[in-house]
Ligand binder design. Structure first.
Ligand SMILES: [Zn+2]
Length: 79
């Protein structure tokens, strides 16, 4: 079993996934918020700082989301 450290809260967990079970609801929620923000604002979105201010999601977490599977296309928006 692989033990990884949650990048949100620092807890160790073994069930896979991007964050620990305790954080996964919040992580999914913020990921969905991020996605809909980009969908609604499209090309006008070009800095993570701007997204962070508008959505309340920290830049650190936004940066992590860009590494998630399925968000490859988003990376191009934020250089
Ligand atoms: Zn956690």
């Amino acid at each position: 079993m692989e033990v990884v450290r949650c990048s949100r809260c620092g807890a160790f967990y073994t069930n896979g996934g991007y964050v620990c079970p305790k954080c996964s609801d919040r992580d999914n929620f913020e990921l969905a918020t991020f996605k809909s923000f980009v969908e609604e604002n499209g090309v006008n979105v070009n800095s993570l700082n701007q997204v962070s201010i508008s959505t309340g999601i920290s830049e650190k977490n936004l940066n992590r989301f860009l590494g998630y599977e399925g968000l490859e296309g988003y990376k191009k928006l934020f250089k």
